[in-house]
Structure formats: C-alpha cells, structure tokens
Ligand binder design. Structure first.
Ligand SMILES: [Zn+2]
Length: 334
C-alpha cells in the first residue's frame, strides 16, 4: 500500500474539473451571503489572525491552538443550499466517485475496514459492537466491505444526500437518510454494549464541527467509539504548500485541525481521545507535484530523490505525527 499515488485516487483531470466547479460554486452560492465572525471551531477562542484569502473566503489561524479555519463564515443556510444543489457537489457524488469507485474500494476502503477492525481489537479485545454506523457513507463502499468483513454486526449507512442514500439502499445497506445533527439515538439498533461510528474525511466540512461532534456523541451514547480521519494542518504538505495547497479549498474544506487542537475539540464535545496517529501515505507525492512552491534547497533535493528516499521520508512523517492525514480514536464519556 505504501506505493499509492495521489493520482490513483484523485485522477488529475477529474480532480481539476471538480476544483473548477467548486471555484464557481464559491461565488454562486456564497458571494452575496452575510458572514459572521465565529470563534475557533476547536478551542472556542476569539483570537484568530488573517493568513490568506482564497476565492472570497478568508482563512485565519487561531492564536491559541493553531487551527486554520474560514472566518468570517457564511451563514449555515448557504452551506445547506450548497450541499443540496451545487454542481461541484453533484459532480463529486456522481462522476468523481463513480469513476474512482473500483480503485478506491481496493486502495482506500478495504484497508480502512482492516484498520477499523484492528483498532477495535486493540482497544476492546474480544468484544463486538452493537452496530457500526458510517457517518457520511457516500457510495456505501466502506459499509459494504465492513458488512462483508463483520457479517454478524449491523452496519448502518448515515447519508444525508438523496441520490447517495439511494445508491446505498440499492446496495442492500441499512440507511438513515439524514444529517447527523438531525438524528436521534434510537435510529440506531438498540445497544447491548457499545456502538461504533466512523467518520472519514468529513469534519473539515461542517459549519459547526463542535455541534457535529456533539451529535455523534448523542447517537453513540456513553462508552461509544468514534473513529475519524481528517486533515492535520501541522502536516507536511499543508505546512509546505499552505495557501497553494489544493486541499485548502472553499467552500468544502473550511476546518483544519492539528493533532493538538482536535484533542481539545473532542474533549469539549464529550469524548476522551484514546489515540491520534497520522498514517498518511501521500504527503511527499503531493508536494513533489507542486515543487514550484518549495524554495528550500534541501527539501527540494529530498522531494526529487529516488523512490526509496521518498518512501523513507513519508515513513518518517507518518511515525512522527507529521503527515497531513490524521486518524483519531475516541470514546464518548459517560
Ligand atoms: Zn483555537
């Protein structure tokens, strides 16, 4: 799996088209919308300073916890309209996902299933959860593979998008067609021990991540396990490329936590963090493709090095919490 390239899961032409559509949507859906200054989505402080402007969105850095976030922020209703109607959202859900489904199943979702089962075995050996709910299930690939790997555990797809929820239903999955924030605890199977929720690459999107995590806490109940992945703003490619990073892109990526600030946020929202890792595989590949933004002579020589050197560098980033892809395991407090 180490040899995975960004192009395998985000084919350049498709990803470029997606970004172009998102650029248009940033104007269409947000340029006329009132904006309000918000506290840091991680620590709650009003102490941020402007770092850069991108497509009409200001990105600011919290001076307390170093979270990068879009501020001031358009009102929540504009994001709801965007996620329901926008051409870039439709393109992602149809063209992009459909065309990358096969390769993502093998390189992204099967390893994710193995990772989740490993985590459960590590923290709760010999036990079995009452259910595994995937928040933002999309095409339902994770749920399908998880159901195959753990046939006795009920697997639930939580998916607010109508067309994606239909895709999940047609695959025979149990679906809750709702935003997480609208769900109640009894919409999941009764718990006889503990529930598990997974949430992959999602917390960088919501207008209010604190509210989002509190909702996750509510549906899990006490002693539930939340496994989430998100971007780490202190990671290699985000730190080096900063405003030139294609990942830092409105209106869809507006919250960038660090290994420290995600811990702060999870605690505030009622979780005890059990582990934080950065098992990323793509940092070096991503920066190597945008070398014009790297001036440092030594870093350039590393990034232009042979495959072995680049793999060693990626392994170093992964092992030292310095990759931009992070994995958090948390337990809901009593
Ligand atoms: Zn903060």
């Amino acid at each position: 799996m180490i040899g995975i390239k960004e192009n395998d899961i985000r084919p350049e032409a498709l990803f470029k088209r997606y970004r172009e559509l998102a650029e248009e949507d940033a104007k269409t859906f947000f340029s006329q919308v009132p904006r309000h200054r918000i506290p840091c989505p991680a620590c709650g402080a009003f102490s941020s300073t402007l770092s850069f402007d991108k497509l009409g969105f200001q990105y600011e850095v919290c001076q307390i916890c170093e979270t990068l976030y879009a501020n001031p922020r358009p009102e929540a209703a504009a994001f709801t309209r965007y996620y329901q109607d926008a051409p870039s959202v439709r393109f992602w859900a149809t063209d992009f996902y459909k065309q990358t489904e096969a390769v993502r199943r093998e390189t992204v979702f099967k390893p994710k299933v193995a990772q989740v089962l490993n985590i459960l075995e590590r923290f709760l050996p010999g036990t079995s959860p009452s259910c595994i709910a995937d928040i933002g299930a999309g095409y339902g690939i994770f749920c399908e593979e998880m159901q195959r790997a753990a046939p006795t555990v009920p697997v639930i797809a939580i998916e607010p998008g109508l067309s994606l929820a239909k895709v999940c239903q047609e695959k025979g999955l149990k679906v809750v067609h709702k935003f997480l924030e609208e769900m109640t605890s009894d919409e999941l199977p009764p718990t006889f021990g503990f529930r598990v929720a997974t949430c992959f690459e999602l917390i960088e999107h919501p207008c209010d991540p604190f509210d989002f995590l509190q909702s996750a806490r509510r549906i899990l109940g006490p002693q539930g396990i939340l496994i989430l992945t998100t971007l780490n703003i202190k990671g290699f490619d985000l730190q080096l490329l900063w405003e030139h990073s294609n990942t830092i892109h409105p209106p869809y990526h507006i919250n960038f936590f660090s290994t420290n600030s995600i811990d702060t946020l999870m605690n505030r929202a009622g979780f005890e963090v059990l582990s934080i890792e950065t098992p990323g595989r793509l940092d070096v590949d991503i920066v190597a493709k945008q070398l014009t933004h790297v001036q440092n002579r030594f870093l350039r020589s590393l990034l232009l090095g042979d495959d072995m050197l680049r793999q060693n560098l990626q392994a170093f980033l992964r092992d030292n919490l310095l990759s931009s892809h992070m994995l958090v395991v948390a337990r809901s407090k009593r």
